[in-house]
Design a protein around this ligand. Structure first.
Ligand code: ATP
Ligand code: MG
Length: 641
């Protein structure tokens, strides 16, 4: 086998072992930031370079378009072209487009964008209390069943202790009706794509043979989040072969609501006893301080125990702080971001603010726009989300001389705005909150510009939310979308009970999964981590803060305004000299700098200026071994200034 060293350069031994295993089943089971995605791109490059498989025979699958794009980009950087990198859905759709008509002599149905329109009239026929339920929740229930491959005929028998949003018999009627209509219209929904591909392959063995003739080696990233439909499809692609590499971290399972289960990952070795299993332990992403916070959640994450070991240099201590209210929280975030940008030279694109549901982006967008800080919203910014978009479209059609507030009230009412709604589905929570915000924006606008017209209001909205430039600026995104990504600085605001873990209406998110979401959030940060929770309102701090041993504190004046600790913010000539000494000493000893002393220890030494061993020993982070090893040198540096 040819081994092209440049394709393997920079990998550690375990990563290299995985990359060299170009044939047969391989599982990489490892924690966040240990280089799983890095390893699979190198492995694929090596599969091609070593001649094990031509690029055109390799299919790499991930879960988001962004991740698939990233894989392609990284492969291109390694000099590999022609590997297919797709999401499960886009792979299934590509295969259906190529094979469906020729094998079934039917034309492939069009894909349906939304389920709600098909459900609307069925839902209107429901008895009173149920007919007002948002369509989105009924659609969500249909997705629940379809992701688990439960057709209407088996819905009542197989839903187990899962609670539908309306009585199960009524729900079944909606589900059947929806499927019937969709069939009559000759349409497909998102879940059908995978199911239809499965049907095609099972009914037409020639079709699956074509896929198998095309693809010989498969790689799946984030395998902990594979659901039964996706796993079944992968089985069809693979057939009796075993050239499959799966990669994942059971601690980061965050899609169980779609039927995903880490069992596929954990059971891989049972299924392929000959599999090579690689475990990666060194984390290359985050500072020891960030990992320390993440590791505190580990004992409660279930699955098999992994502790992340730091390889990166020490960084600033993460900030965890109660703040009086949302305004103070945003103020603190913006102030911290300015410091990061101006004093630490962190590019805005390297900063992320994560939130639990899309609705939370709107006040952040406004705060950023007001502060003149560019931002980008993954997953749809306020004005591009269903609620506000529908309002703007209708406003255009009904500009009929009403006052702005009346016009907005009328349109939002038409769109089903309900101030007392307490919907179960995240999307509906977001839509209701967005409609409510449109109304308050209108009132605010009128109180400031009493004589302006509707067009001026729409222009003001555009201006107000205009700092969103494509792909530039601070990233605003949900925890779910942040999976697999990394940023220099990560902000996790609003850590209150009910938000994380999330609760709305009757729906209470599974706390185990919510804890994993927080784990995903924390492990996105390279150096700067900032956790805050407002203490006004009725919400209590998130119970996870206790688990992180970040005792919920009362907000102080300082906590609202000062975000000093988020930046290194340490300076002074003595601190600089101590760092210089540490650099040399670490180099001589052949260890990373933080092994000698953490930044915070050096900062404390610089502040306290110890004169003897006893002074030095009183400083946190200076134990007997360190004293023995470094005291004389450190005291000399201090004395020399
Ligand atoms: P996640 O679980 O969040 O998906 P991951 O295990 O896929 O993380 P990667 O995204 O591949 O981790 O890598 C995390 C970071 O570590 C990246 O910045 C990557 O470039 C870097 N990295 C990976 N392996 C090494 C290595 N051997 N030496 C130095 N840096 C590395
Ligand atoms: Mg990854």
């Amino acid at each position: 086998m040819r081994v092209r060293e440049d394709v393997l350069a920079g990998l550690n031994d375990a990563q290299r072992e995985a990359a060299l295993a170009v044939r047969g089943p391989v599982a990489i089971l490892a924690g966040a930031g240990t280089g799983k995605t890095t390893t699979i791109t190198h492995r694929i490059a090596h599969q091609v370079e070593s001649g094990a498989f031509p690029a055109s025979q390799i299919l790499a699958v991930t879960f988001t378009d962004k991740a698939a794009g990233e894989l392609k980009k990284r492969l291109a950087a390694l000099g590999v072209a022609g590997v297919e990198a797709r999401t499960f859905h886009s792979a299934a759709l590509a295969q259906l487009s190529r094979l469906w008509s020729s094998h079934t002599s039917e034309s492939l149905p069009d894909v349906l964008d939304h389920k709600a329109p098909l459900i609307a009239s069925l839902a209107n026929a429901l008895p009173p209390p149920h007919k007002f339920l948002p369509r989105r929740e009924l659609a969500g229930e249909i997705e629940w069943a379809k992701n688990r491959m439960i057709p209407p005929a088996r819905y009542l028998a197989e839903r187990g202790d899962h609670e539908p949003p309306i009585p199960a018999e009524l729900m079944l009627r909606i589900y059947e009706g929806y499927e019937r209509r969709k069939g009559t219209m000759g349409r497909l929904d998102f879940e059908d794509m995978l199911a239809l591909a499965l049907r095609l392959f099972d009914a037409h063995p020639d079709a699956v043979h074509e896929v198998r003739a095309r693809f010989h080696a498969f790689t799946v990233d984030e395998f902990q989040d594979v659901n039964p439909l996706q796993a079944a499809l992968l089985d069809r692609w693979l057939g009796e072969r075993d050239d499959l590499c799966v990669v994942g971290d059971d601690y980061q399972t965050i899609y169980t609501f779609t039927g995903a289960s880490p069992e596929h990952l954990l059971g891989f070795v049972r299924r392929f006893p000959q599999a090579k299993v690689v475990r990666l332990e060194e984390n290359y992403r985050s500072s020891p301080e960030v990992l320390d916070v993440a590791n505190r959640l580990a004992p409660r994450l279930g699955g098999f125990r992994k502790t992340l070991r730091a390889t990166r240099p020490s960084g600033p201590v993460p900030v965890a702080r109660a703040v009086p209210d949302e305004t103070a929280e945003f103020g603190a975030i913006i102030q911290a971001i300015r410091r990061l940008r101006d004093e630490e030279a962190v590019p805005l694109e390297e900063i992320a603010v994560l939130y639990r549901i899309n609705a939370r982006s709107e006040p952040l967008e406004e705060a950023f726009a007001d502060a003149g800080i560019p931002y980008q919203v993954r997953d749809g910014a306020f004005l591009r989300r269903p609620g506000p978009r529908a309002v703007l479209q209708r406003l255009k059609r009904s500009a009929d001389g009403r006052s702005i507030v009346e016009a907005i009230a009328r349109v939002t009412d038409l769109l089903g705005y309900d101030p007392d709604a307490s919907p179960d589905a995240d999307e509906e929570v977001t839509r209701q909150s967005d409609l409510s915000r449109m109304r308050s924006l209108a009132s605010e606008f009128v109180s400031v510009h009493p004589h302006d017209d509707l067009a001026a209001f729409v222009a003001e909205l555009a201006r107000r939310f205009s700092t969103e430039h494509s792909a530039r600026g601070v990233n605003l995104l949900t925890y779910h979308r942040a999976k697999g990504l990394e940023f220099e600085a990560v902000f996790l605001p609003r850590l209150v009970d009910g938000e994380l873990p999330f609760r709305s209406g009757r729906a209470k998110a599974d706390p185990e999964e919510e804890r994993r979401l927080l784990y995903v959030g924390i492990t996105r940060a390279r150096r700067y981590l900032f956790l805050t929770w407002p203490t006004d309102g009725r919400a209590r701090p998130s119970p996870f803060l206790d688990e992180l041993e970040l005792a919920p504190s009362q907000p102080s004046r300082r906590s609202a305004t000062s975000v000093r600790a988020v930046t290194v913010g340490r300076g002074g000539p003595l601190f600089d000299r101590l760092r210089e000494w540490r650099r040399k000493r670490a180099q001589t000893d052949g260890v990373p700098a933080y092994v000698v002393f953490h930044d915070r220890t050096l900062a404390e030494i610089a502040e306290r200026k110890p004169r003897d061993w006893a002074d030095l020993a009183a400083i946190a982070g200076v134990g007997p071994t360190k004293l023995e090893r470094y005291a004389d040198e450190v005291l000399a540096v201090v004395a020399a200034i």
